[in-house]
Design a protein around this ligand. Structure first.
Ligand code: 2IT
Length: 448
């Protein structure tokens, strides 16, 4: 390993000792950059890596709100503005009891490279709260979102930092947060948030974007390999937005999705989740009060495997689309034993480092999250463009742009890996391609 990279990695571990997710994300990117650092001594000279692993700004704040019983509740809120060299900070807000500094720093670090890959001018950020939205009433969600924005508003803006949704934050939460931002600012600045409702500046296709983008990425990789989605079986995890969008597009392209999963187990539908009735039911199920994938198994008479993950099901393609570290070494071993050839990460960091290494070592084609799932933030970037123009594109126009952005991500990843003699390597290629633009921008802007 290159001495400069080793030194930066050691310092990240020493300075962020209790942050395993952040350390893992940094390690994956930095080790990919070995040939780049060897060729560009100016990056070490300008301490580019040391600067990239340190957020430009990190705010942590108190969020105080009242629950339906009239009791005062206190949560912790965060916004991490990781890197603003190529555009306003951009990235989602996650509301979950699993949110902590390590998770948000890993997500903000990843977002910087992901956003760079989209070809659009967006810096990297992430934020959120340890607020757990499960079981909260609509009024509680509204009061929490208002309290959260009452602090966050001073740190964001259409040219400064543009949050969006992530786990636990959808169109409803974005609406409440936008309402509060508008009330405080007294201005209609809807470019401050993306993922908005269509009636106040949202983009067509934003809900579908991550799932559709995943399939456009896969199609483009398959085109390079002389393969196609047609007739292939897909094992997916999750049952949210991303899984739904991916399933919709898989079916449109002639593939057969056979699983979905939730926190309590997975559903195997050997006939395929292929009819309009089944796909629409995913939305209905998610919107129901006690959402649970078992409902799908009961409605359509198929197997529900309590407490298990879907990775033991044989398929041509695996798409983890739920959350981080959902595929550990034992799962990777099952995927390899099943003869699966393709693995595309639609969730952020769904694979542990050792599981990913095992998949790669066994010859699977692995598409990394920051490239595969970049369609979500790409359409957020297109939402920002439309808000600036005060004009909205048609669904077909947004779709065409998303399609060409995903194709560009695949080709820049393949090209970057080839330029550095790494062969066909979508993981290291994406890290290098994402890094190059940000590093060059930082060099040209002087010390910052
Ligand atoms: O992980 C992600 O890329 C997102 N949650 C979307 C971020 C965004 O700004 O749309």
């Amino acid at each position: 390993m290159n001495a400069y990279i080793t030194r930066v990695l050691e310092s990240v571990k020493a300075k962020n000792p209790d942050e395993p997710e952040f350390q893992q994300a940094v390690e994956e990117v930095l080790t990919s950059l070995e040939p780049v650092i060897a060729k560009h001594p100016e990056y070490e000279q300008a301490a580019i890596l040391e600067r990239m692993v340190e957020p430009e700004r990190l705010v942590e704040f108190r969020v105080v709100w009242t629950d339906d019983e009239g009791k005062t509740q206190v949560n912790r809120g965060y916004r991490i503005q990781f890197n603003g060299a190529i555009g306003p900070f951009k990235g989602g807000l996650r509301f979950s009891d699993k949110v902590n500094l390590s998770v948000l720093k890993f997500l903000g670090f990843e977002q910087t490279f992901k956003n760079s890959l989209t070809t659009l001018p967006m810096g990297g950020a992430k934020g959120g709260s340890d607020f757990d939205p499960h079981g909260k009433s609509d009024a509680e969600i509204m009061r929490f979102c208002q309290a959260f924005m009452t602090e966050l508003y001073r740190h964001i803006g259409p040219n400064l930092d543009v949050p969006a949704g992530d786990l636990g934050v959808g169109g409803r939460e974005i609406g409440y947060m936008f309402g509060q931002y508008r009330r405080i600012r007294g201005n209609f600045e809807n470019g401050v948030l993306t993922g908005k409702d269509l009636k106040f500046g949202g983009s067509l296709l934003r809900p579908e974007a991550t799932g559709f983008g995943t399939l456009y990425y896969i199609e483009e990789v398959f085109r390079h390999l002389g393969e196609s989605v047609q007739g292939k079986t897909f094992v997916l995890s999750g049952y949210g937005n991303v899984t739904w969008g991916a399933i919709t597009k898989i079916v449109e392209l002639g593939g057969i999705p056979v699983t979905i999963s939730g926190h309590n187990g997975y559903v195997y539908d050997p006939d395929g989740i292929t009819t309009k009735e089944k796909i629409d039911y995913l939305l209905e199920m998610r919107a129901s009060k006690n959402a649970n994938v078992k409902m799908y198994a009961e409605k359509f008479g198929c197997e529900f495997h309590e407490g298990e993950k879907p990775w033991c099901v044989k398929a041509d393609v695996c798409i983890p689309a739920a959350t981080q570290n959902e595929v550990v070494l034992a799962d990777a071993e099952k995927i390899v034993a099943n003869g699966t050839k393709y693995y595309f990460e639609a969730a952020n960091m769904p694979t542990t480092a050792e599981a990913q290494a095992y998949l790669v070592a066994n010859g699977l084609i692995v598409g990394p999250a920051k490239a595969v799932n970049a369609g979500g933030v790409a359409v957020s970037g297109l939402e920002m463009s439309q808000n600036s123009m005060r004009y909205g594109w048609t669904a077909a126009e947004v779709d065409a742009r998303l399609h060409s952005i995903m194709a560009a991500i695949v080709s820049s990843s393949i090209d970057a890996a080839e330029r550095y003699g790494l062969g066909f390597d979508l993981i290291r290629g994406a890290n290098i391609a994402g890094f190059e633009k940000v590093a060059e921008a930082m060099l040209k802007q002087g010390l910052f």
